[in-house]
Design a protein around this ligand. Structure first.
Ligand code: AMP
Ligand code: GLY
Length: 429
């Protein structure tokens, strides 16, 4: 089977790595991919939101299955584009259509959906320029800290958590005034929930579903969960507090009503649902939905899935997930992300990466990397550069292996967190 993975991050590198292991993969392409994805397939330099170019490419290379990694093309309707075109509509696609991707693309849509289907989430109120007064009154009725969320996609920057009421009121006005452009013409004001977060992944074909291994993401830039929010500095899977009792609640109170809700809204959702959850005294609440896999969670979760990935993806696209047995590696995976100095703010690029060949007994996923044309060496080209995943019988063993390898890799300005998994080890004691 000829397969196209859309995207260029560590997540898409993990998809390519997994798909390449299947004997059913004939040719694998990644659009646009990174320096690491060339180990598994051929990179096609096409922007993930350039649907016309993707169409041309799929016809030329006889693509039979597409997996969409990032949210932007999903929210812009890539699935609808392919399904509505007679030349393309027999290509299988894993990813929700535009209506389904609204779970991530519009926080107002997601909150209304959760309220309608009685899915546990923080209390909220949504505002636009015509309802600022009511919004401020709602803010006043809440306790600090105050949570403000831009409705639309804002490159991971659209959530503000603010300590003072005055500051929150000012930010609310600025957001509605265009602080995040189109994305903040509507704003969700939310109750602050206190607890520990976990990412849960569901693969659904619109009828059946599989719960994939969960993971804990480390979002802040510095050790001890300090500093700015990032796309993710590391991950651990499984998560000890997401025990069977907790996961049963997640399935009953969150996953089942979410899937029932999608069916009742006539949304034929085929793809991943990423539940950003928070554990409040043993009870799961939804912080956010995403219409895709997480990054770096994918690099941590996929190495634990033993099932043939072409089988899994085609079953998702053809509504036969009930025929698949999900086989999971019981070991713990620890993923550490290496980033460029300055990330998540401005950072330098083009730094030559050394030590990649010294890595052993772990899996190396590339994210922001490219090939330096002059030296033919691999260089940095993004904020998040590489993800190193190691598996072990315990978190301690997996951590040790991951960090031994992280330390073999060098580039000017390399930065990573030293404490991935430490909180979970402490919780276990
Ligand atoms: P999001 O972009 O929705 O994932 O939000 C970014 C981060 O903000 C989340 O991972 C949480 O750490 C935090 N957050 C969002 N909503 C809430 C909330 N209602 N209560 C507490 N923390 C929140
Ligand atoms: N790691 C969080 C995300 O992918 O959104």
């Amino acid at each position: 089977m000829n397969i196209l993975v859309i995207g260029s991050g560590g997540r898409e590198n993990a998809f390519a790595w997994k798909l390449k292991q299947s004997p059913k993969t004939t040719q694998l392409f990644i659009a646009p991919g990174n320096a690491g994805t060339t180990d598994f397939g051929i990179n096609a330099p096409i922007d993930p939101t350039d649907f016309k170019e993707l169409k041309k490419f799929c016809i030329e290379t006889n693509i039979e299955l597409i997996i969409v990694g990032p949210e932007q093309p999903l929210v812009e309707g890539i699935v609808d584009f392919f399904k509505n075109d007679n030349a393309l509509n027999d290509i299988m696609i894993v990813g929700p259509n535009k209506a389904g991707a609204q779970l991530e693309g519009s926080k107002v849509f997601a909150k209304k959906f959760m309220e309608k289907y009685d899915i546990p989430t923080a209390k909220s109120f949504h505002v636009d320029a015509t309802t600022i007064k009511e919004g401020v009154a709602f803010l006043k009725s809440m306790n600090a800290p105050y949570v403000l969320k831009a409705d639309g996609l804002a490159a991971g920057k659209g959530v503000l958590i603010i300590d003072s009421f005055e500051e929150a009121e000012k930010e609310l006005n600025e957001m509605l005034d265009g602080k995040f452009g189109e994305a903040s013409t509507k704003v969700v004001i939310e109750e602050f929930l206190s607890g520990i977060e976990v990412s849960v992944f569901v693969l659904t074909d619109g009828k059946n579903y599989k719960i994939l291994p969960e993971a804990k993401d480390y979002k802040r830039i510095s050790d001890g969960d300090k500093g700015l929010n990032t796309g993710g500095m590391g991950a651990v899977s499984p998560v000890p507090f997401a025990n069977s009792k907790f996961m049963q609640k997640v399935e009953e109170y969150i996953i089942k009503p979410t899937l029932t809700g999608l069916i009742q809204e006539s949304i034929d959702y085929k793809g991943f649902i990423f539940l950003g959850l928070i554990n409040v005294d043993g009870e799961p609440f939804v912080i956010e939905y995403n219409a895709r896999m997480g990054d770096p969670e994918t690099e941590c979760v996929f190495p634990r899935i033993k099932t043939d990935f072409v089988d899994l993806m085609t079953a998702c696209a053809t509504t036969t997930l009930d025929s698949i047995e999900l086989e999971i590696d019981e070991r713990t995976a620890v993923t550490v992300v290496l980033v460029s100095d300055g990330y998540p703010e401005s950072y330098s690029k083009g730094k030559i990466i050394e030590g990649l060949n010294a890595v052993s007994d772990c899996i190396l996923f590339h994210a922001g990397t490219s090939i330096d044309i002059e030296s033919e060496k691999i260089k940095t080209s993004g904020g998040r550069v590489l993800a190193v995943t190691a598996l072990g019988e315990t978190i301690e063993i997996a951590r040790k292996k991951a960090y031994e390898n992280v330390k073999k890799i060098t580039f000017e300005g390399v930065n990573f967190r030293n404490d991935i998994g430490m909180d979970l080890i402490a919780l276990n004691k």
